[in-house]
Design a binder for this molecule. Structure first.
Ligand code: SF4
Ligand code: SF4
Length: 121
């Protein structure tokens, strides 16, 4: 698969996930805090070299598609979250199959990794 094709799929999945998360709010964030009562950025991004005062400095697809068990365990009570998780999990399945959802690297590193895996097995 060509680099441009992987980039297009990566960016489309990322943008779609972003829209879905904004619409469905699976972390049920209010202000800075989520359903787990955590500061969303600090909790989910702790220790990552791409975090900054203004948020994530890269567009990592794995992080965009990941939702913790705290939010997942609230989903049986929340139909909106259930719907959202189904969509994100399906997109994660596609990203993983293409090796685009592998790790917390920056966008370029992840695409390079996926390209190598898709060509070299
Ligand atoms: S993934 Fe979990 S810890 Fe992170 S913001 Fe969402 S609910 Fe909070
Ligand atoms: S790559 Fe992931 S963990 Fe790191 S800052 Fe971005 S969203 Fe947070």
């Amino acid at each position: 698969m060509k680099k441009e094709e992987l980039e297009m799929i990566y960016d489309n999945l990322y943008q779609l996930a972003d829209l879905i998360i904004k619409k469905y709010n699976p972390c049920q964030g209010e202000g800075k805090n989520c359903i787990r009562g955590e500061n969303m950025r600090e909790w989910c991004c702790e220790g990552c070299k791409f975090t900054s005062e203004s948020g994530c400095t890269t567009q990592n697809l794995r992080c965009k598609l990941w939702v913790c068990n705290g939010a997942r365990l609230s989903s049986p009570k929340n139909k909106k979250t259930q719907e959202c998780l189904k969509m994100l999990d399906y997109m994660n399945y596609i990203a993983s199959a293409l090796c685009l959802g592998k790790y917390r690297g920056n966008r370029e590193e992840v695409i390079k990794y996926a390209q190598k895996r898709r060509f070299n097995g």
